[in-house]
Design a protein around this ligand. Structure first.
Ligand code: FAD
Ligand code: DHB
Length: 409
């Protein structure tokens, strides 16, 4: 049996766990990160692409922005299409110069794993049988098997960053949390295609046949999504059928359409809204998808994970540097407020842009009116823009121990 001691045990090496590990490292706080999957699996998983301005600023302040600065694509606007017409929303103009950056979650995770490796602090990939114990005590324990050996990590705190299917949230006794959930009757079929993006900016499309989204990863790779029925088997979609449907939904009256190319990857993601609150039980703190899921239409999930761990870092830093516990006590309230605003935005984007089974003619006309108002009112566009680029952070970088000089570490 391997026995270890650390300050914060982190379960999960997705964006939440890796960002938290690095933030705490820069504050001189020791962590052990335990990840169930392999390094390659974690990096290769294709997911988010849109980083809010605040997430970009955080990665820069953390000093893990070399790849982001080289390959990130800054977008100062986006398009919304309905009735075959594209309408541009000028994010930068409407928000005093803010923008979003397209940089794949794969790259974010790769950069953070490299940064973690450079610190030589422990990160276990392929951990099996991960479990958490003694959450009500001041010395919680993390157990797992790795390479055939049992490990026990004695911690001051455990951070549950293990996503929506992890073990941390289910370790909280029933009744200690309230769960809020909405399941949508559709999912997204997503592809990566070897094709130069035919637009410099994202295109969100409402079409009679359902939602479609044009995005990208690089000047050579297009990322596209299609609304499909929930639990649609990916095998039922040939590459040819995917392109037919993409082009049908996305081609606009002025002839704009995505470039077609070889499909490199395809998968279907279900859609749901989910919040479990409070995000804390005893010495266990949940962060990211382990506590909340948003439907991807608002592009908020990874960004919420980043803001959670910034708030948690402020709390842990105050605890270790000054013995203060009030920020730990406030952690959940501070995060949950932002989470609900992101939930509302993501639900609204989803409800406005998708076709719902059994919707009435009234519902359909209301959606069209919503899109008409959105694309013709500066006030409506401003509301979308300020939420899309990200609402202001709850806590300052300084309170989480980040100064400008950390950018070079
Ligand atoms: P995860 O990324 O799920 O990481 C959790 C980690 O914990 C995983 O590596 C997992 O293997 C590990 N784990 C699980 N169980 C255990 C265990 N028992 N023991 C140890 N480790 C465990 N968000 C955005 O902000 N912008 C976007 O544009 C965007 N687009 C998206 C598009 C799609 C198609 C999808 C599916 C998601 C999108 N998201 C987007 C959401 C974003 O991907 C997630 O919100 C983000 O991955 C959350 O990070 P996380 O670290 O909390 O969880
Ligand atoms: C991407 C994902 C999203 O969920 C979204 O709303 C916009 C873009 C992307 O993967 O590029």
């Amino acid at each position: 049996m391997g026995s270890l001691r650390t300050q914060v045990g982190i379960v999960g090496a997705g964006p939440a766990g890796l960002l938290l590990g690095h933030l705490l490292h820069l504050n001189g706080i020791d962590t052990v990160v335990v990840e169930a999957r392999s390094r390659d699996y974690v990096i290769d998983r294709v997911r988010a692409g849109v980083l809010e301005q605040g997430t970009v600023d955080l990665l820069v302040a953390l000093g893990v922005s070399t790849g982001l600065c080289r390959a990130g694509l800054r977008h100062e606007g986006l398009y919304v299409t309905f009735d075959g017409r594209r309408h541009r929303i000028d994010l930068a103009d409407l928000t005093g110069g803010k923008a979003i950056t397209i940089y794949g979650q794969n790259e974010v995770v790769r950069d953070l794993i490299d940064a973690r490796s450079a610190t030589t602090r422990p990160l276990y990939f392929g951990a099996e049988g991960v479990s958490v114990h003694g959450l009500e005590t001041s010395k919680p324990v993390l157990r797992f098997q790795h390479g055939g050996t049992d490990h026990e990590v004695h911690c001051d705190f455990i951070a549950g960053c293990d996503g929506s299917h992890g073990i941390c949230r289910p370790s909280i006794p029933a009744g200690a949390q309230t769960v809020y959930e909405r399941v949508y009757p559709f999912g997204w079929l997503g592809i990566l295609a070897e094709a130069a993006p035919s637009s410099d900016e994202l295109v969100y499309t409402y079409h009679e046949r359902g939602f479609a989204l044009f995005s990208m990863r690089s000047p050579r790779i297009t990322r596209l999504y299609l609304q499909v029925p929930a639990d649609e088997p990916i095998e039922s979609w040939s590459d040819e059928a995917i392109w037919d449907e993409m082009l049908t939904r996305m081609t606009t009256r002025d002839g704009w359409r995505p470039n077609v190319g070889r499909i490199l990857q395809k998968s279907v993601t279900p859609m749901r809204s989910f919040v479990a609150a409070p995000m804390r039980y005893g010495r266990l703190f949940l962060a990211g998808d382990s506590a909340h899921i948003v439907p991807p239409t608002g592009a908020k999930g990874l960004n919420l994970a980043a803001s959670d761990v910034l708030v948690l870092t402020r709390a842990l830093r105050a605890f270790y540097e000054q013995g203060r516990t009030e920020w730990l006590d406030e952690y959940s309230n501070v995060c949950v407020r932002r989470v609900w605003r992101a939930q509302r935005f993501s639900w609204w984007m989803t409800s406005t842009l998708h076709r719902f089974p059994n919707e009435s003619a009234f519902d359909h006309q209301r959606q069209i009116a919503d899109l008409d108002y959105l694309t013709s009112s500066r006030a409506a566009m401003t509301s979308l823009a300020e939420q899309y680029v990200g609402l202001p952070a709850e806590v300052s970088f300084e309170s989480a121990g980040l100064q400008l000089h950390t950018a070079s570490r």
